[in-house]
Design a protein around this ligand. Structure first.
Ligand SMILES: [Zn+2]
Length: 843
């Protein structure tokens, strides 16, 4: 591409009059985009993609134009610069790509139906209407929509509808906003609405394939989230309504369109009477995330896509702040510690990873910025560090000023640091830039050298890494006053260890609370001191020891065999956060054993030993009034016992299946997946397989769908695996948005690995054609990388993906993933004997 200048430099829109006519039957969009703005040059650039431009006028007079598909542009020649009204007539195809304006398909009582919805982030508004499709090009919008309307259909958009005339729906003028946040949808919808304390109308919309009660949970969370943010930000919600819409076809998790947030059905609707607590927590955090964006992202928007992290990191932190406030009993920060923290620490340890802040211009590269482990999880950890340093009072004060200064406009990271710095008196920018601009993170090594307690920092790598001399400004959060608040240097000597230890009376620790983005390597003296009373540590500290030790083992800084006895040490914990971390770490041992080997038998015996007491304590059935921790722990210990081939647990699951065979959806949601998978694995046949696949197609309950997917992909039957893979490209059974989970399931099944790997290599072109434009496309490669662990697979992976290295948006992923598999293969080779010995000893 040549002309990579921002189009906003040539034309600055102030107001759009959009007329869009969508015909579902002919799959054609036709419309007129009338844009009033300031022409900065006599040749202006307006975005379009996949469009046929019929005519262009400027101030009512025809002008010369040319379409430039390489640059997704229309070049328009004007008689002069200055205030101009452009009017562009166009047509565009209505495609199934889940980008731009697109149909979502579903069945209602056996009848095939569709809803039309939109997805404009990042650069897809230009597929719906000609525009300056850049976040900085904020304008107001008058939207008018016509469609092949049927009786009873509903249409919604960012703003309320003001009138309907001759089948055209006219909406109120929007506030000043970015194109990527425009949204509308229509179809045969049901809804429930309520009002916040401040009078904002809140609604949840979904297809009528859902039971009405499936809308209730989201409505309650959305209402209370908006009330929370209005208070926390000290800034009113700026629109008259906040609609939440579940779309049957949806590529990402959810999208924060201003006033009309769209969601994957799985992240909005749920059966309030039978959904597991962890699923409810997940849905609540997704809703709170999108609603955090209504201010941070929508009201104040990043100036350009390089500051995407500003939107996402912030919303990712705020979703936990909000849910913690509205559902304090959930202890939702524990979910942050078991999900976001390890995700960020794993990904960010591979050399070649992107920094949180990345320069970017090419639209194909913009989508690859959405590295969820970095931009979302690591970025959120950075902001959690900031929050811990500032405290909530200064954070809120700084945010209020930030919104007041930049509302309806754009901002950069520096603007946020300036506002938070003013509110707190800290040089936030200086601290944060070391985290924002440098990829990776440090391991802080704590040692006693000649009696002196000493800290040093080095970049931590899993696999080969080039030490680039990076230093971070590390908020240490030590329990010893001798440690600095911010550790900036390569090393620091804290003083005489014996004296410090005696004075404090407790083992030395840093990163207490696990809120800073680094890991700690204690020497033997210090670690032994911590572990000798590990049972008395708080749950987060226990999780942190497990996570950090596993990472150190992955990075070959300690032996993996040293991690094994830690699992036994923490196995009796009644805290879900510890058990989650414990079974995450235990699951990592599976890579060291071959299927059906003597070593696998030993590992299964170890899993049985870890889980036996907890299985006996918790059983399959929830007790009335049991704690959240017990509810969340049960699935982990049952899953471990099933992996262990525990005969009693298998028999109990089989019994539960038999007594509920005619109402499988009604099995308790937190154990249903295990019961179904157990049945498929040990007692399955084609009839059951077909029955579950039919249920998958017909149910509207996303949790039940997930459970069925988990069960069917675990079949050991080669014929059924073939049959299943045959459904991968049948969108009536498996929607493209859900395919990755199915693919992963079969690939992770040792009996299905070869077939799944063959499928993706043979049908890569089909996959590219179907979901290739999608920002999640590269995660198919990540999924494969998560599973491969042998030299043979590594060679096959390279043979297949190395030729794709030059593909825009894929280079980094392929390069990193080769490193990840290479280091795993080497780790297994080096540590296998020691790990299996440690497992045998632990038994
Ligand atoms: Zn977001």
């Amino acid at each position: 591409m040549t002309a990579l200048k921002h189009f906003y430099e040539t034309f600055q829109p102030a107001h759009y009059n959009l007329y869009i006519d969508v015909n579902r039957a002919t799959k054609l969009i036709s419309g007129t985009s009338t844009i009033t703005g300031d022409a900065k040059e006599t040749t202006v650039l307006i975005h379009q993609k996949f469009m046929t431009i019929k005519a262009v006028t400027a101030d009512g007079k025809p002008v010369t134009f040319s379409t430039d598909n390489d640059n997704e542009a229309i070049h328009i020649t004007l008689p002069q610069t200055g205030e101009t009204t452009l009017s562009i007539d166009y047509t565009a195809p209505l495609t199934d790509s889940m980008m731009g304006i697109y149909p979502s398909y579903y069945e209602l009582n056996g009848e095939k139906k569709q809803i039309i919805g939109t997805q404009f982030e990042t650069t897809f508004a230009r597929q719906a209407f000609p525009s300056v499709d850049e976040p900085e090009a904020k304008a107001t919008f008058d939207l008018a929509i016509k469609f092949d309307e049927q009786p009873g259909e509903t249409i919604i958009a960012n703003m309320p509808e003001k009138r309907e005339e001759n089948g055209v729906h006219y909406f109120d003028t929007t506030v000043r906003m970015s194109t990527y946040l425009i949204a509308f949808a229509f179809g045969d919808l049901q809804s429930k609405t309520t009002k916040t304390k401040s009078g904002v109308e809140v609604g949840v919309f979904a297809t009528k394939a859902h039971q009405p009660k499936e809308l209730d949970f989201a409505l309650d969370i959305a209402k209370r989230s908006i009330e929370f943010y209005e208070d926390f930000y000290q800034t009113p919600y700026p629109l008259p309504h906040s609609w939440q819409l579940a779309l049957p076809d949806f590529s990402a998790g959810a999208m924060e369109n201003w006033g009309l947030v769209t969601y994957r059905e799985a992240y909005l609707t749920l059966d309030p009477d039978n959904t597991s607590l962890d699923m409810k927590q997940l849905v609540a955090t997704v809703i709170a995330h999108e609603l955090a964006h209504q201010w941070f992202g929508d009201l104040v928007t990043m100036k350009w896509w390089d500051d995407l992290w500003l939107n996402e990191s912030f919303a990712n932190m705020m979703e936990y702040v909000a849910v913690d406030a509205i559902e304090p009993d959930w202890h939702i920060w524990e979910l942050f510690q078991t999900s976001e923290a390890p995700m960020a620490l794993n990904r960010d340890a591979t050399d070649g990873v992107q920094s949180v802040h990345v320069q970017v211009e090419d639209p194909a590269e913009i989508d690859s910025l959405f590295d969820s482990a970095i931009v979302y999880a690591k970025g959120a950890r950075m902001l959690v560090m900031v929050r811990a340093l500032l405290g909530d009072d200064a954070l809120r004060k700084g945010l209020k000023a930030y919104f007041a200064t930049h509302k309806y406009g754009n901002a950069t990271g520096a603007d946020l640091w300036a506002a938070l710095g003013d509110a707190s008196g800290l040089d936030v920018g200086a601290i944060m830039n070391s985290w924002l601009e440098q990829p990776g993170y440090p391991v802080v090594t704590a040692t006693v050298n000649d009696g002196q307690l000493t800290l040093s920092q080095d970049q931590f790598f899993v696999g080969d890494g080039k030490e680039a001399g990076h230093l971070w400004q590390i908020p240490l959060n030590s329990n010893y006053d001798a440690a600095p608040e911010i550790f900036k240097d390569k090393t620091v000597v804290l003083g005489d260890y014996a004296q410090l230890r005696a004075a404090s009376g407790k083992p030395f620790r840093v990163n207490v609370g696990n809120n800073s983005h680094f890991i700690v390597k204690y020497d033997d003296t210090l670690l032994t001191d911590i572990l000798k009373d590990a049972a008395s540590l708080d749950a987060i500290s226990q999780l942190q020891i497990l996570q950090d030790q596993r990472l150190l083992a992955e990075g070959r800084q300690i032996s993996y065999a040293a991690v094994v006895p830690l699992l036994t040490q923490f196995a009796a914990s009644k805290r879900a956060v510890v058990n989650t971390a414990l079974y995450q770490v235990a699951g990592n041992l599976k890579k060291f054993v071959d299927p059906e080997s003597a070593e696998e038998k030993q590992l299964q015996a170890f899993f049985n030993k870890l889980s036996a007491d907890q299985v006996a304590r918790l059983g399959w059935t929830a007790q009335k009034g049991e704690s959240n921790d017990d509810q969340l722990t049960r699935p982990y210990v049952l899953s471990a016992a099933l992996y262990a081939q525990n005969k009693d647990v298998i028999a109990d699951a089989h019994k539960l299946f038999a007594t509920n065979a005619d109402k499988l959806a009604e099995l308790p949601a937190d154990t249903r997946g295990f019961i179904l998978a157990n049945e498929i694995k040990h007692f399955g046949n084609e009839t059951l397989f077909d029955q579950l696949l039919a249920d998958y197609r017909s149910t509207s309950d996303a949790s039940y769908k997930n459970d069925i997917r988990g069960a069917l992909t675990s079949t050991p039957d080669a014929n059924l695996i073939t049959k299943l893979i045959g459904k991968f490209e049948d969108a009536d059974t498996i929607k493209p948005q859900d395919l990755r989970g199915w693919f992963r399931g079969v690939l992770a099944n040792e009996k299905g690995e070869q077939a799944a790997w063959d499928w993706i290599r043979n049908d890569w072109q089909w996959l590219d054609d179907t979901v290739g434009g999608d920002m999640e496309f590269t995660t198919y490669i990540t999924v494969i990388t998560g599973i491969f662990r042998t030299p043979e697979r590594l060679a096959e992976f390279k043979a297949f993906f190395e030729p794709k290295l030059p593909t825009p948006g894929m280079t980094r992923e392929i390069t990193m993933d080769i490193k990840v598999i290479t280091s795993r293969v080497a780790l297994i080779e080096a540590e296998k004997t020691a790990v299996n010995q440690a497992i045998t000893t632990a038994n």
